[in-house]
Ligand binder design. Structure first.
Ligand SMILES: NC(=O)C1=CN([C@@H]2O[C@H](COP(=O)(O)OP(=O)(O)OC[C@H]3O[C@@H](n4cnc5c(N)ncnc54)[C@H](O)[C@@H]3O)[C@@H](O)[C@H]2O)C=CC1
Ligand SMILES: O=C(CO)COP(=O)(O)O
Length: 317
């Protein structure tokens, strides 16, 4: 039995995919929404047009959802810490698989590190990589990384579905930083395209952004190969090149001077600030991430950020 906590776009999509294997409980914090999903069999707010298979039960009762041993957490990153702290008693002893991509701004921790610090008696894992909720929900072939420190073979078996192929890893730090950091660079790619700078500029930003992702992750104990895999390079390629990405669209609006919808989950904004702080504190060179943090809160214009990056001292690659 598997439960998914959080009935947004990604939680709903994962529940649909996992229901190919057996019963899934999908938990929503909102009783009215849970009832609506359970009866209409559609998440019309976040994942329109897809039917929830019969194997999914939607509930707002956390106790029912926490009866499962394997629990997927599909909440926005900045809400996850408070949620875990509030429900730590209920979650201890469980395998908690975070599906979030980000760094918690108040602690500087990624999803599995946050689980370990808040619910130390739980087993922490992360599911991450290139996948839009709509694609997973439609059953399009997708490959992701599942990372768990104590090895994830049984979990890999449990969470792989006929359309979702999981590769296992023990490098939770690399997996979670790959997913978090690619969102920051995706905002930058959006800015580039929104400001009309074009494909060559985007390729430069992606490549140098990837160098920053790897640099920070390795400093924090990750393996460079993890960053070259689905959790890093794979997801970077997807998110920087698709307007399905909310992070890309957010950056595009910034670059084009368009208004921004505050109701959309854009994980890269808070993460950019967390990364800028880490870079400053640890003396790690992260010029692109730092510029993106400045652009996100209008401390810099696109022209100023571009000039600042282009006028850095020339160096070896
Ligand atoms: N949508 C996508 O294509 C993908 C999303 N993700 C990640 O999944 C995470 C969730 O994203 P989405 O589902 O897309 O966001 P979303 O905005 O569609 O849904 C978030 C859900 O979390 C719930 N929620 C918010 N705060 C909560 C709290 N304190 N307690 C309980 N529930 C709460 C909301 O009610 C909503 O149902 C993010 O970290 C995102 O990066 C990862 C891969 C793909
Ligand atoms: O993480 C994702 C794809 O792998 C989803 O990206 P966005 O959050 O930018 O929509």
């Amino acid at each position: 039995m598997i439960s998914v906590l959080g009935s947004g776009a990604f939680g709903t999509a994962l529940a649909i995919s996992l229901s190919q294997n057996g019963p899934v409980t999908l938990w929503s914090r909102d009783a009215e929404q849970a009832q609506l999903l359970q009866t209409t069999r559609e998440n019309s707010k976040r994942l329109k047009g897809l039917t929830l298979p019969e194997a999914i039960t939607v509930t707002a009762d956390l106790e029912t959802a926490c009866a499962a041993q394997t629990i997927l957490l599909a909440l926005p990153m900045q809400q996850t810490g408070a949620f875990l702290a509030l429900h730590a008693q209920r979650l201890k002893g469980k395998t908690l698989v975070s599906c979030s991509k980000g760094i918690d701004l108040s602690t500087g921790l990624g999803p599995t590190a946050l689980i370990r610090s808040t619910v130390p008696e739980a087993r922490a894992a992360i599911l991450t990589g290139p996948s839009f909720a709509a694609d997973i929900g439609r059953g399009l072939p997708t490959a992701l990384t599942l990372a768990c420190e104590d090895g994830a073979e049984a979990l890999q078996e449990q969470l792989s579905t006929p359309t979702l192929r999981l590769y296992r890893s023990s490098d939770t730090t690399g997996a979670e930083l790959g997913g978090a950091l690619k969102n920051v660079i995706a905002i930058g790619a959006g800015v580039v395209m929104g400001a009309g700078m074009g494909d060559s500029t985007r390729a430069a930003l992606m490549t140098r952004g990837f160098a920053e992702m790897t640099r920070l992750a390795v400093t924090r104990g990750a393996r460079a190969e993890t960053l070259s895999g689905l959790a890093g390079f794979g997801d970077l390629a997807l998110t920087c090149t698709s307007s399905q990405s909310r992070n890309f669209r957010h950056g595009f609006a910034l670059g084009a001077g368009e208004t921004i919808d505050p109701n959309v989950t854009v994980e890269g904004v808070a993460t950019a600030h967390a990364v800028a702080r880490m870079a400053e504190k640890g003396g790690i060179e992260m010029p692109i991430a730092v510029m993106i943090a400045a652009l996100c809160d209008n401390r810099m214009t696109v022209a100023q950020a571009t000039l600042a990056l282009l006028s850095r001292p020339l160096k070896e690659e």
